[in-house]
Structure formats: C-alpha cells, structure tokens
Design a protein around this ligand. Structure first.
Ligand SMILES: [Zn+2]
Length: 65
C-alpha cells in the first residue's frame, strides 16, 4: 500500500483525473490532476489534494532522503 508522501497516511485509492480513452479503450490519466504526482522521475501519492498542494509548493522538503 502507498502512503501519503506528505503526512504518511495510507493511500487506499488514488484520485485520478480521467481525461479520456485511448483508441484501445485504456484510460488516459491527466498527470497534472488527481492525488498522484509524477515528479523527479517517479510517482508520489497523496491521500488528499491538500497534501498534494503542500508537496507541490515545496517538493524538496517532502522527498525521501
Ligand atoms: Zn497526506
């Protein structure tokens, strides 16, 4: 299970912003929305959009050492 990068709470479901469907029917996810964030080469998960906002305002302070 993922845990929130900011507060450490378990993340059960990522909120994903579906932008549409590909030709094959797969979901297209907007990487700039929802509670996942691709940053610095990997995905980070957050339990709420509030935590995501905190991360985005100061990513370096939340990155794993
Ligand atoms: Zn959190």
């Amino acid at each position: 299970m993922q845990s929130c990068q900011v507060c450490g709470n378990p993340v059960t479901d990522s909120i994903e912003q579906e932008t549409g469907r590909t030709m094959s029917g797969a979901k297209e996810i907007d990487p700039t929305a929802g509670t996942k964030r691709f940053w610095g080469g990997k995905w980070y998960h957050f339990d709420t959009l509030v935590c995501r906002s905190k991360f985005e305002s100061s990513p370096n302070s939340y990155l794993e050492a």
